[in-house]
Write a protein that binds this ligand. Structure first.
Ligand SMILES: CC(C)(COP(=O)(O)OP(=O)(O)OC[C@H]1O[C@@H](n2cnc3c(N)ncnc32)[C@H](O)[C@@H]1OP(=O)(O)O)[C@@H](O)C(=O)NCCC(=O)NCCS
Length: 325
């Protein structure tokens, strides 16, 4: 048995912040942001809008799209780095918001690679015969961790949520192979402190104990270009496939130059890659499921296609999978 996507949904907050808006906030320009990142605009959650609110909207759409009833969902997996509460978790609040009374609920965090990791975990429960129908969500409000005075990172992120319902299918369909990994040794190149602040964390945040995002951009960039290509190839190899067998690749959308560098390493034609970064920025866990939802609903990804999903993120972590939809 494998896990197969049978429904998708997404939510992007109403408020749009353009590069021109950012020009008025920090010393930057639309030209710099477009050229260095490919981002033109991003959606920003309201002050009273959190990961849970967005996850519920995306999840409702995915369940409706799947044709299942909410009571059929047996497990809810939510990937997030921006849960508004430590407990109850986002997944438990989503269970309540949906009325998914038969579902267990688990939050997980492998940062931006989280949705792909959650799909891989869903696959394990289905393969083991423990569950048939699982809701997988990626939801993040990166704007709430953004230092809006720090021009290097504030131009990169946005908010949003994406969801997929997966169900048990025969071998040879659904998720065919995966690869994931971590390199904790390099974790320091990308961080958001919570309870513990090292002297370095404080220094990097202008001498303050701020719960804001900090990264070494060029280190992350180099890691991302290498790992996205390498991991995708390892998943394809495990599936007994080559890059030519992919109909569409949906990568984590952090920077268009990272995507371009990865597909160059993969020797993949740009028309086989789905990108939406221009309109969303980096929405962390939500990047891949939002793009997957758009690709399926627009007909870019069709029934029977072989799709690659690949993500990288804080930790450092990475995940990739190959699936038939
Ligand atoms: C952040 C990132 C876009 C920076 O791009 P870059 O080409 O490496 O740019 P640099 O950091 O070398 O900066 C080049 C110059 O632009 C400046 N700059 C940085 N941000 C700027 C901005 N928003 N507007 C204008 N100038 C900016 C820098 O200060 C630097 O100026 P200097 O040459 O006078 O020192 C890029 O490193 C990146 O995308 N990294 C990966 C980030 C990521 O994916 N994070 C999330 C992982 S899930």
């Amino acid at each position: 048995m494998n896990a197969k996507v049978i429904g998708v949904g997404k939510y992007l907050p109403e408020r749009i912040l353009t590069n021109f808006d950012l020009e008025k906030m920090v010393d930057t320009s639309d030209e710099w942001i477009t050229k260095r990142t490919g981002i033109k605009e991003r959606h920003i959650a309201r002050d009273d809008e959190f990961a849970t609110d967005m996850a519920i909207i995306a999840a409702k759409e995915a369940i409706a799209d799947s044709g299942l009833n909410v009571e059929d969902i047996e497990l809810i997996l939510v990937s997030t780095v921006s849960a508004e509460l430590v407990t109850p978790t986002v997944s438990c609040q989503v269970q309540k918001g949906l009325g998914a009374i038969n579902a267990a609920a688990i939050d997980m965090n492998t940062a931006c690679s989280g949705f792909v990791s959650a799909m891989i975990i869903a696959q394990q429960f289905i393969k083991a015969g423990a569950y048939r129908n699982i809701l997988v969500v990626g939801s993040d409000t990166m704007s709430k961790y953004t230092d809006w005075k720090e021009r290097t990172s504030c131009v990169l992120f946005g908010d949003g949520a994406g969801a997929a319902v997966v169900t048990a299918c025969e071998d040879g369909d659904g998720i065919l192979a995966f690869e994931m990994g971590a390199n904790g040794e390099k974790g320091d190149v990308l961080s958001i402190p919570s309870l513990k602040f090292s002297d370095e964390d404080i220094e990097r945040r202008g001498g303050e104990k701020k719960r804001t995002f900090w990264m070494d951009g060029s280190e992350v960039f180099k890691f991302a270009v290498r790992i996205m290509g390498d991991s995708m190839l390892r998943s394809l190899e495990k599936a007994g496939m080559t890059i030519d067998d992919l109909d569409l690749l949906i990568p984590h959308q952090a920077n268009i130059r990272i995507v371009d560098g990865s597909i160059k390493r993969l020797n993949l034609a740009p028309d086989k890659v789905y990108t939406n970064i221009e309109k969303t920025g980096n929405i962390s866990s939500a990047c891949v499921p939002v793009a997957l939802c758009e690709a399926i609903k627009s007909g870019r990804a069709k029934k029977g296609d072989t799709i690659g999903l690949v993500g990288f993120g804080g930790g450092l972590t990475w995940s990739s999978l190959v699936m038939k939809i």
